[in-house]
Design a protein around this ligand. Structure first.
Ligand SMILES: Cc1cc2nc3c(=O)[nH]c(=O)nc-3n(C[C@H](O)[C@H](O)[C@H](O)COP(=O)(O)OP(=O)(O)OC[C@H]3O[C@@H](n4cnc5c(N)ncnc54)[C@H](O)[C@@H]3O)c2cc1C
Length: 385
């Protein structure tokens, strides 16, 4: 067995406008910061099905071009082409409403007066069942075949949900893939990160990477954050603290003594383990007020009692031959799909087969000809001898 470079351009960029807005907020553009986005095409993905269609077809492509997509679906189910046009309109409506109302908003704001006011313009065109009804069930109005419904609801998995329990508003994920498009940043996500860093630094930001946060500091009343304390003993004053740690572990930063409890174990940094970390934790504990520390401990303990599971199991395989049927991204949908989803949600008997996704980088020759994901880094050749 020979070692191969495992990293390949597998990450895809969704919601491109969100990235454009972030750069615009810094007074610049993606292009000015050297970030080029290429739309993945002609299909966003290829979906493989365990049970073939009547004509023997085992896979369908999520094509960017709506007419081609409708024609493809009509070929496997009479009426599905027209159903697709109606589905796409609904998915786009959900997207136009869901981005400003759900995605751009802080959780607490959803039911606030401002949140509800922002929802008003969309209400005349919204069907509550289409928004809040079970996702798979709502798609029955467009597609009779369960495989087709799975093809347009598997995106619920991105946010850890099941189409058999998620509300249909999550159709906005398929909506952005099929209307805004699925994109690839040339050079990978590192190009986006570097561009964002350059733009932020040009605005005067100072980026300090590799610094472990040991605790979040608050004022004496515990009502406002005042900054963070670092594991090396330093501190950074701040008016706002954006904490991207897993949520239970994030709350533990208000009371670092709670980080030995369930739910705080995070592979992504943390304050436990070493003497230095223990000392930093003690310092950090003093940085948050007793009220804030108690709140952090309570939230951490509450979330720690939930049942945790791995969202993803990832394999990196290097093959000695090329598999031509695979596109840049392929999704494998099990015929046990419903049971797979339901058993996970209800702790029933495990499904024998589940859904999987594969990202397959193409050859250097394909990259050069523009036929692959156009990463321009020379995708790792699957067919190398
Ligand atoms: C298999 C897989 C494939 C995916 N594919 C895609 C894709 O194609 N496209 C896409 O858009 N998204 C994809 N995602 C999702 C994407 O990776 C996440 O949404 C994204 O990384 C979340 O970013 P984040 O900054 O919120 O959190 P994270 O990426 O988890 O970053 C949190 C950071 O905080 C650091 N940290 C934690 N504790 C501390 C501490 N005490 N002090 C200092 N630092 C700390 C961690 O080290 C980490 O770097 C994928 C996810 C998985 C698992």
């Amino acid at each position: 067995m020979r070692a191969r470079r495992p990293s390949s351009p597998t990450s895809l960029l969704l919601f491109p406008d969100k990235y454009r807005e972030a750069f615009a907020a810094l007074g610049t553009t993606l292009e000015d910061q050297g970030v080029q986005l290429a739309r993945v095409g002609p299909a966003a993905y290829r979906c493989f099905f365990e049970t073939p269609f009547a004509d023997g077809r085992r896979s369908l492509d999520l094509l960017n071009e709506p007419d081609a997509m409708a024609a493809q679906l009509e070929g496997v189910e009479a009426g599905a082409g027209e159903g697709y046009s109606r589905f796409l309109k609904m998915a786009r409506r959900h997207l136009d409403m869901g981005v400003p109302y759900f995605i751009d908003r802080e959780f607490e704001e959803l039911a606030s007066a401002r949140g509800l006011r922002d929802l008003l313009p969309f209400l005349p065109n919204l069907n509550v069942l289409d928004l809040l009804g079970q996702h798979d069930w709502r798609l029955k109005q467009f597609f009779r075949d369960q495989r087709l419904r799975a093809m347009f609801t598997f995106q619920d998995l991105y946010v850890g949900l099941s189409p058999y329990s998620a509300p249909a508003v999550f159709g906005l994920l398929a909506g952005t893939e099929l209307t805004d498009g699925v994109w690839y940043p040339l050079g990978g996500f590192a190009a986006v990160r570097d561009g964002l860093r350059r733009a932020a630094e040009a605005c005067g930001a100072r980026v300090q990477a590799g610094a472990e946060v040991a605790g979040i500091a608050t004022d004496a009343a515990g009502g406002r954050v005042t900054g963070v304390t670092l594991a090396d003993g330093g501190s950074v004053p701040a008016d706002y603290v954006v904490c991207n740690r897993d949520l239970p572990a994030g709350y533990a930063l208000l009371d670092p003594s709670s980080s030995s409890s369930p739910g705080s174990s995070s592979s992504s940094g943390g304050a436990g383990g070493t003497d230095a970390a223990a000392a930093a934790a003690a310092a950090a504990a003093a940085a948050a007020s007793p009220a804030a520390a108690a709140y952090g401990r309570q939230q951490h303990d509450r979330l720690g009692r939930l049942k945790y599971s791995a969202g993803v199991i990832a394999f990196n395989w290097s093959l000695s031959r090329r598999i031509d049927d695979l596109t840049h991204h392929s999704v494998f949908l099990s015929s046990d799909w419903e049971r797979a989803r339901v058993s996970r949600a209800r702790a029933g008997p495990p499904a024998s087969r589940t859904a999987a996704a594969a990202a397959a980088p193409h050859s250097r020759a394909a990259a050069a000809s523009g036929a692959c994901c156009r990463c321009r880094r020379g995708c790792w050749p699957l067919d190398a001898s």
